[in-house]
Design a protein around this ligand. Structure first.
Ligand SMILES: [Zn+2]
Length: 253
């Protein structure tokens, strides 16, 4: 049994709870078990973190637990959501839903967009094709990670430096000062060279570190473990902008 699989007893109890049906569309076929909070985000394989989904629903379930509960499980389709709110179209229905949740409409819309399977798929496909053609994922493997079997894995020592860079910058140190500190400590860059302002700025603006992937203009929730909090990332962008620099213009939430 893999560590992140549900125990057979948990599965049995979950099926009893849902009367052997998909908790979204009520189908009785091809039932699977889904973690509400994903294992890689610290979710446990317990009954209260387990929902029963049919294969189809499981395939398109968002990783974001908030969306999963408040949006995905609530309606088996967009059509159903429109009908429920007696709305004219998807936008109007989503507005009603956001009002009901006390959530800003634009923020909710973006959150749904970022979690759409087509987006996650497009980003992964782009990376896969680039690996095939150029032998790498279309980006230099970012400091803090290794790229193994098509997945970004955290390198602990490097991740710690990334955290330091963010917290130094947040505490008011300039990029130039951070460069000096790292070079004085003789910490090598990914390529084994010395640090430059550009390297620091690239790290401070890369949404990958807070759990997102960017492929051309598509932003998607990544599968990689994040190194910095989304709040810290957004704070850093504000400081960069205040100091006349060009922040990562993503407006993530
Ligand atoms: Zn289903």
């Amino acid at each position: 049994m893999r560590e992140n699989d549900f125990h057979s007893l948990v599965k049995k109890l979950a099926l009893q709870r849902t009367d052997h049906r998909c908790e979204r569309c009520w189908s009785e076929r091809d039932l699977e078990f889904h973690h509400i909070t994903p294992v890689k985000l610290g979710g446990k394989s317990t009954l209260d973190n387990c929902i029963v989904l049919c294969h189809n629903c499981h395939n398109i379930a968002p990783q974001d637990p908030f969306l999963l509960i408040n949006y995905f499980l609530k309606f088996a389709s967009i059509k159903e959501m429109i009908k429920h709110y007696n709305a004219k179209n998807e936008e109007e229905a989503t507005r009603s839903l956001s009002k009901e949740l006390g959530f800003d409409y634009n923020a909710l819309k973006k959150r749904i967009e970022v979690n759409k399977p087509s987006h996650v798929y497009a980003v992964k496909k782009g990376m896969r094709e680039s690996v095939k053609k150029k032998g790498h994922a279309g980006f230099n493997i970012p400091f803090g990670y290794d790229y193994i079997n098509g997945e970004l894995r955290i390198i602990l020592d490097e991740a710690k430096i990334v955290k330091d860079i963010y917290s130094w910058y947040l505490s008011g140190r300039s990029m130039g000062e951070i460069v000096k500190m790292l070079n004085m400590a003789k910490i090598p860059t990914k390529k084994g060279g010395v640090w430059a302002k550009k390297t620091i700025s690239t790290i401070l603006k890369n949404p990958l570190y807070c759990g997102y992937l960017k492929w051309n203009d598509i932003i998607s929730k990544g599968q990689q473990r994040s190194i910095v909090e989304l709040n810290s990332f957004n704070e850093v962008q504000k400081i960069i902008e205040k100091q006349g620099g060009k922040p990562a213009n993503l407006d993530l939430d």
